[in-house]
Design a protein. Structure first.
Length: 410
């Protein structure tokens, strides 16, 4: 076996060594003197595999030969052999190349990897074509001010806030598309729920009746992701005492105006009028779903038209509300989606209504000028999914090398 010495313990003349490789931890026992057993060293070990129920995984290796591949140049600043790291978030991230080696931290990203794999798998099964859209744009996809500006050979360009325009355009070619990729938000938040770069699980599909079709499909996709995590990551889940949530076929659905009223009456909290719903409102919506509906999930629908992007389809019965939704998972927004405007003239009108110039969206509008089917889609935050599943204190723990308003390194 080859790997990294995770810990060393000596009992009399016997040495117990825990070796870490890509699969996890295994106990190695040497009953003869072995020098240079420094925690953090990378080694190759030969020996005989034996059953040992008291050892991690129920087996151990009786060591016979050991070769040192490389050793730490200095003492480790953090003890990685303990079950818990017990360091603050700044230390965890400042020493990220090292702390990623801790078993509990590695577990986060094994689960993260399963989530990405499962998303791609279910989307292909459902007939979606995978795309990779550009992340350097000539126009800010969401409008507003939450975008990063870059110098693109002397021209002003923007980092993509989402693949929105491109995935909509691709509906006109492929009908159903999905993307797994980074998105960038220049939000000056320093919270436990925000990242300035995160991994978005996006989808867009044509020939829908309305946003209800999207919520049904997103429910199916979410259920599949958690089923795969339960199937592949039992050991990782145990490290966090985490259970995979039940995703029912009929996640509760409440209009935003209705849930705000419930929050006020039941919990005595009024969502500020200048927001659609704030973090505390989301948390209370999640609490209501758990306490009253026994669900870790709740769909909130019909967000105000003025607080959603210009491409969001208004509700015919009440144009002040949209055919849009958020999926809340344990009190935190996990995904946002909507039916989109597919009619060219209506889209032009909406762009102008939001105070924007249609000329700035000419490449996007080209698809609609030549006809588009009724369509819609969603974007889901992969880091938030893992954060909520494992009850992590900050979404930054679920990002390999997180970017926020203060952090550009490692």
């Amino acid at each position: 076996m080859a790997g990294r010495i995770y810990s060393v313990r000596k009992l009399g003349g016997i040495i117990f060594l825990i070796l870490q490789d890509r699969c996890g931890l295994i106990q190695v026992v040497f009953d003869k003197k072995t020098d240079n057993l420094i925690v953090g060293s990378w080694v190759e070990i030969e020996g005989e595999v034996k059953e040992e129920k008291r050892a991690p995984g129920g087996i151990e290796l009786r060591g016979e030969k050991l070769a040192i591949i490389s050793q730490p140049a200095e003492d480790l600043p953090i003890d990685l052999s303990k079950k818990e790291l017990n360091v603050n978030l700044n230390t965890l991230l400042n020493y990220r190349p090292l702390t990623l080696r801790h078993e509990k931290v590695r577990a986060i990203f094994k689960i993260f990897g399963t989530a990405l794999e499962a998303y791609g798998q279910i989307m292909r099964q459902l007939g979606f074509t995978e795309i990779k859209s550009p992340k350097i744009l000539g126009a800010a996809s969401e409008g507003g001010a939450n975008f990063f500006t870059i110098n693109y050979f002397g021209k002003k360009a923007f980092l993509a806030q989402s693949p929105q325009f491109y995935k909509q355009i691709c509906v006109g070619a492929f009908e159903r598309v999905f993307e797994i990729g980074p998105v960038f938000r220049a939000e000056k938040h320093f919270t436990t729920r925000h990242l300035n770069e995160y991994t978005s699980l996006d989808a867009e599909m044509g020939f829908i009746e309305n946003h209800e079709d999207l919520m049904e499909k997103l429910t199916e996709v979410t259920r599949f992701i958690f089923e795969k995590i339960e199937e592949k990551n039992q050991e990782e889940l145990k490290l966090y005492n985490a259970g995979v949530p039940v995703v029912s076929k009929n996640i509760p659905r409440y209009r935003l105006a209705e849930i705000k009223k419930i929050i006020k009456e039941k919990y005595g909290y009024e969502v500020p009028s200048e927001t659609d719903i704030d973090p505390k409102g989301e948390a209370l919506a999640g609490r209501f779903a758990k306490e009253e509906l026994n669900s870790d999930f709740i769909f909130l629908t019909h967000y105000p038209t003025a607080m959603r992007p210009f491409y969001t389809m208004p509700d015919e019965e009440n144009p002040e509300e949209t055919k849009g939704f958020d999926l809340i998972f344990k009190g935190l927004e996990l995904a946002t989606g909507s039916q989109r405007i597919h009619d060219y003239k209506q889209l032009i009108k909406s762009i102008k209504k939001f105070g924007l110039d249609p000329k700035g969206f000419s490449f996007y509008l080209q698809a609609f000028k030549y006809g588009m089917p009724p369509h819609g889609g969603w974007g889901m935050g992969a880091e938030r999914l893992v954060q909520q599943l494992l009850n992590l204190s900050s979404v930054k723990e679920a990002a390999l090398f997180p970017r926020d308003v203060k952090r550009l390194e490692p």
